[in-house]
Ligand binder design. Structure first.
Ligand code: NAD
Length: 484
């Protein structure tokens, strides 16, 4: 077999030690890989590259299409962009896959039966990073959820479950509150889930779902969720499994994939041969499956399980009475190498090659755009900055200047409707949404919106943004105000 070129970054802090240990294990196990070392992280940031990566390094990743990455240190202070967010977006790494397993009784955990894979959407949601300060008192961030992005991650979760013989996929959203954005995620989960009749499906609201997951993780299998929820859930589950030093993650895109440990560069432990290389090793195992070397992945994983059973433990998982010896990074790697070819005796051995292993490479079909829906403009939300006063005064000023096609139907403050019905107790800030809707029920035109804004200007109202109100195939594409 010819060697598969991979981009490798040794990273910062404990990165170089754990990467050396992992590459040693993978190579000894027979991995056919050809590392192309790139520099990323602290040094590159401090040279003035605000994303922590150079264009040369990006070229190497583009060529190899596989990136094995050790953790990096993001320098303190402003102006530095997250390397992880940059690489995810740059290489279209839409799926973040993080298997979390507990290794009872060899690694201390309150959850002996935990075996959960979190599949997190990696590019959308609040991480689009579109933020504005709109008034002296109010800041906003845009949460963007797209149908193509949602279809892709949900399908990935079901395909993953099928490939790895997982029985259930749980979707978590907050669609009781965010009916359009999280609602789309839930709806697409139901639509696509119907194509996988052999897999059990369930949906939890994220708050109670998280509580259930923290309480009885053994009842969960694959969990698919939006970016922010997934970010929080995946760290939580990794931690309760035993240690953040154990879990690896795969960031998968249509062409390129990145594999890394979930933990950071642990600078205080750097250079002392202390760190646990297991998280990065698990990422390496996922990488081997991804590049079509599942038999090597299996050898490494089973040797690792055997090493954990034998009690050769780094400081983070070492427990008197459970562990046999406290080892350093290098000694841990040597123990894994000694165990290559052996199976665990008590922990369940993994199979990546036979039945029960990945049936195939997970391929997601390209997005197919449906027939474009009929889109009708039926109104506009005009946001204004206005020193808190009585909503009826604001309403009167607006009503005096509106074009005949539009009527004022609602004013809200922080999302709560405060006009036409006003509750004196509602707390008010300087940021008001004024909802204008078509008077006749028929679609309006951009000219009507512009005429309305000219009216606001004449009335001396400081409009700060607009959101158009559409109907798509007759269905309203906007939420009502709370209490409207
Ligand atoms: P961290 O994950 O580096 O450390 C958290 C705790 O876990 C520390 O007590 C550390 O000693 C321990 N720990 C982490 N990995 C370990 C391992 N392999 N073996 C043993 N113990 C381990 O998180 P932090 O301290 O918040 O961040 C340190 C730096 O890492 C920061 O600069 C941060 O920006 C960066 N970071 C990078 C990544 C990444 O590159 N993917 C992810 C998270 C944090």
């Amino acid at each position: 077999m010819s060697k598969v070129p991979i981009a490798v970054a040794y990273g910062d802090g404990i990165g170089p030690e754990i990467m050396s240990a992992c590459l040693h294990i993978l190579t000894e196990a027979g991995a056919q890989i050809e590392p192309h070392v790139i520099e990323i992280g602290e040094k590159i940031y401090l040279q003035g590259h605000t994303a922590g990566i150079t264009s040369e390094a990006i070229d190497v990743i583009h060529k190899t299409r596989v990136f094995y990455k050790a953790p990096i240190t993001t320098p303190q202070g402003g102006g530095f962009k997250s390397l992880n967010v940059t690489t995810r977006k740059l290489f279209n790494l839409f799926a973040n896959v993080r298997p979390c397993v507990s290794y009872h009784p060899f690694i201390e955990t309150k959850y002996p039966g935990l075996d959960v894979v979190i599949v997190r959407e990696n590019e959308e949601d609040l991480y689009a990073g579109i933020e504005h300060q709109q008034t002296p008192e109010v800041y906003q961030v845009l949460k963007l959820i797209t149908r193509p992005g949602t279809e892709r991650i949900i399908r990935y979760a079901f395909e993953y479950a099928r490939a790895y013989n997982r029985k259930k996929v749980t979707c978590m959203t907050k669609d009781n509150i965010m009916k359009l954005t999280d609602g789309l995620f839930h709806k697409v989960f139901d639509e696509i889930g119907a194509e996988y009749p052999e897999i059990e499906k369930e949906h939890w609201i994220i708050d109670i779902g998280t509580a259930k997951l923290a309480d009885t993780p053994e009842q969960f299998d694959v969990v698919v969720t939006l970016n922010l929820y997934g970010d929080i859930l995946s760290d939580m589950v990794a931690q309760i499994a035993g240690s953040v030093g154990l879990a690896g993650s795969a960031n998968i895109g249509p062409k390129i994939a990145m594999f890394e440990a979930i933990h950071g560069s642990a600078p205080r432990r750097a250079g002392q041969n202390l760190a646990n290389p297991s998280g990065l090793l698990h990422a390496g195992i996922m990488m081997l499956v991804h590049i079509g070397q599942p038999e090597v992945a299996e050898r490494v994983h089973n040797a690792w399980l055997r090493t954990i059973e034998e009690g050769h433990h780094t400081y983070d998982i070492f427990r008197e009475g459970i562990s046999r010896e406290k080892v350093g990074t290098k000694e841990f790697a040597q123990a894994v190498v000694r165990n290559l070819g052996k199976q665990p005796e008590q922990l369940r051995a993994v199979r990546y090659t036979q039945e029960g292993g990945p049936a195939k490479v997970i391929a997601i079909p390209p997005y197919e755009r449906n027939k474009r829906p009929q889109k009708d403009l039926i109104g506009v939300d005009v946001f204004v900055e206005w020193t808190p006063g009585h909503p009826k005064d604001l309403a009167e000023r607006i009503q005096a200047v509106l074009p005949p096609s539009l009527k004022l139907t609602m004013i809200s403050n922080r999302g709560t409707a405060v006009w036409p019905n006003t509750v004196e107790e509602t707390f008010l800030v300087d940021h008001w949404r004024t909802r204008l809707l078509t008077r006749e029920g028929t679609p309006i035109r951009h000219e009507d919106v512009i005429a309305a804004l000219q009216g606001y200007q004449r009335a001396g109202l400081d409009f700060i943004k607009t959101e158009h109100l559409y109907r798509f195939d007759g269905v309203e594409g906007f939420s009502k105000g709370q209490g409207e």
